[in-house]
Design a protein around this ligand. Structure first.
Ligand code: ADP
Length: 449
């Protein structure tokens, strides 16, 4: 097993990795920007190395500085967390070339799934159901119209290199296809340097349901059930739950087996997430994330499995600690993403945290790097805490979550806690009746008063 892991990230996820490592008796090296010198992950790690100025491009994305830090500290392995360099195949390759273990999937799998056109082709080959659409990239409007005529309007033009919902356009009819496709291409070119686009049937009210998967180098392949991440604003998830209120145990078991078999065929190593849209009882693959997800704790809560520990074990060449038959799903878990933002306008609210008191008690977990007196820097994303609550069933979980949110004290900055409180009391949420469109409609109604 590794003696020392470098954590190429910051904030709550850096702490999360640190905790898994220390639980296994492994030392940690934090890297940080000058803006994060006082951060919790820096304080708790065994060693800390400054890798650059505040801007992420110069620090958390600075490959030469991170590699040098790993060499200076003599780290055996690098864990990238999520975001930053976690899905950068080139970085993963460079890490391996330096004889440092990359705690993640092979650079080839990262590359394959990072290009969405190739990812869809691969998904079809390993038996996953796709959204009806073009067979690969679409070159021009004439080809686009031919595809759309076959699948029916509305259609969605999407960027092959897409991420965060950019380069995506809903096309209502043939008349607007040409201009909207040109806009999608221009947006994709500007954001990703690649104007390749493809077309999918636009689903009207789907849910976003994703499966957690894992593979090891000895042929082990498992799924850890699903997470429902339909509550999104601008394609950003706000609250996630497991299991999905929309699935029956039979649907879960059937789709879980499809996904598990796909991971086995892929010969995938490490943690991954297969994302699907789900409508009228059918699943449609949209993408695979080749890393740990922000919302992984809800899966940990209902399975009792430490996913970061599994990542570390698998990277060290060990088998997964469980087989599919040994996994037991129990209870219900919900995660609230708490951002330092104005709960009405979503304007970022960085600054000094004055009072800080985290909730506790049965079923409550807080993943956060906050503390009283900490200054939230303005340079990074606004996620400051994840509150994850477990209950025997969904209603117990919801009630505990309400109680935990009441206990949570964060002063000095604005947070989205009031939004979560209102959401948990909404009749549609209570009934589990929501699609990916629901949250934006709900927010628009609130804004009207
Ligand atoms: P990105 O990588 O840019 O986030 P995704 O393919 O993951 O792109 O899609 C992001 C979100 O866009 C999905 O979670 C869903 O809300 C919406 N979306 C994607 N594909 C479709 C589709 N075919 N029909 C309807 N909505 C879609």
């Amino acid at each position: 097993m590794f003696k020392k892991i470098l954590i190429a990230n910051r904030g709550e996820i850096a702490l999360r990795v640190h905790r898994a490592a220390h639980d296994m008796g492994i030392k940690t090296v934090a890297v940080h920007s000058t803006a994060d010198a006082d951060a919790m992950h820096v304080r708790l790690a065994d060693e800390a190395i400054c890798i650059g100025p505040p801007s992420a491009t110069d620090s958390y994305l600075n490959i030469p500085n991170i590699i040098s830090a790993a060499e200076v500290a003599q780290a055996d392995a690098i864990h990238p967390g999520y975001g930053f360099l976690s899905e950068n195949a080139r970085f993963a390759g460079i890490v391996e070339e330096h004889n440092i273990v990359w705690i993640g999937p092979s650079p080839d799998h990262i590359r394959q799934m990072g290009d969405k056109v190739e990812a869809k082709r691969t998904a079809a080959a390993i038996g996953l159901p796709l959204v009806p659409g073009s067979d690969g990239a679409v070159a021009d409007a004439a080809e686009g119209i031919a595809v759309a005529n076959k699948i029916g309007y509305p259609v969605l033009v999407k960027a092959a290199s897409g991420g965060g919902g950019r380069g995506m356009k809903v096309v209502p009819d043939a008349a607007s296809l040409g201009s909207l496709m040109a806009q999608a291409k221009a947006e994709a070119k500007a954001a990703f340097g690649d104007d390749t686009v493809y077309i999918e049937k636009y689903l009207s009210e789907p849910r976003h349901i994703e499966f957690q998967v894992f593979g090891d180098e000895l042929g082990g392949a498992i799924h850890l059930g699903e997470r429902d991440c339909s509550l999104q604003r601008r394609h950003q998830k706000m609250l996630e739950e497991a299991p999905s209120p929309a699935l029956t145990p039979t649907q879960r078991a059937e789709m879980g087996e499809v996904v598990r078999a796909a991971v086995a065929k892929l010969k995938y190593r490490g943690a991954g997430t297969m994302e699907f849209l789900y409508e009228d009882g059918k699943f449609y693959f949209i993408e695979m994330n080749t890393r740990l997800q922000v919302e992984h704790p809800v899966t940990e809560a209902i399975t009792g499995i430490d996913l970061v520990r599994e990542q570390i074990r698998v990277a060290a060449g060990m088998p997964l600690s469980v087989t599919q038959d040994q996994i037991r799903f129990a209870g219900h878990a919900i995660e609230c993403r708490i951002n330092a933002e104005d709960p009405a306008t979503f304007a970022p609210s960085p600054g000094r945290v004055i009072d800080y008191h985290a909730p506790g008690g049965p079923g409550v977990r807080v993943d956060s790097a906050l503390y009283a007196g900490y200054r939230i820097p303005p340079h990074y994303d606004s996620l400051i805490a994840k509150l994850i609550v477990f209950g025997d069933d969904r209603e117990q979980c919801r009630m505990r979550l309400k109680r935990a949110l009441e206990e949570y004290v964060i002063t000095g900055v604005k947070t989205t806690i009031p939004l979560h409180q209102a959401l948990l009391d909404d009749p549609d949420f209570i009934a589990g009746d929501y699609s990916i469109k629901w949250l934006e409609r709900w927010l628009a109604k609130r804004a009207e008063g």
